[in-house]
Design a binder for this molecule. Sequence first.
Ligand SMILES: N[C@@H](CCC(=O)N[C@@H](CS)C(=O)NCC(=O)O)C(=O)O
Length: 220
Amino acid sequence: MLPIMYSFRRCPYAIRARYTLALLDVSVELREVVLRSKPQALLSLGGRSSVPQLIDVKGARYPESLDIIFWALSNSNKPKMSCALWPQSMVQKSKVIAWIKYNDHFFKYWLDRYKYADRFPEFSEEYYRNKGEVFLKRLNKRLEENDFLFGNEICLADVAVFPFVRQFAAVRPDWFEQSEYSHVKTWLNGFLNSHLFSAIVMKKMPAWEAGQEVVLFPAY
Ligand SMILES: N[C@@H](CCC(=O)N[C@@H](CS)C(=O)NCC(=O)O)C(=O)O
């Protein structure tokens, strides 16, 4: 029996959870969910039935992407990758968390408004984009000297943030392409062009149905 993860292919929270599982080579049964028609098995867990969610083999529930990421870190047999993702030093740990919070609370807020500017008519799309650019500027500065946010090795902050930057870039791809954020572009493309991302993390699969064959993730 395997832990079960409910997921949605395009969800940035689910992408960061799947990316971490794939990096750490931690296996789960993946259940692809259609958000407008969630399966009963997910709804019957009760509470907020957002994705991603993970239920481990003992039945413990991990209802948020970061819960799943930390669960994966404690269930991985890849110590080198675990240490790169989640450094030993408390100071480094708190800096990693600060970047994730900055993304989840600040950048995500403006990203949603930029993406759906027609639903937030108080201000223009450009206004929302400018707000999001405050984050992109800091990210770009950070990536000027190193390949990743905390040096030349990938860490959790990179994994947790890039799916949201991917969405921001996709709102107006031409604008993003000609923007000044060259280091962010290189960093993002490193993820998007990788085999791990395109063939494993973003692999398309049909919506899960009760009783179907188990879909193993990551699958190579
Ligand atoms: N804080 C949650 C957010 C997850 C989230 O908002 N997921 C969206 C999809 S991207 C969702 O499930 N929306 C449908 C719902 O909340 O019922 C996490 O980190 O996992």
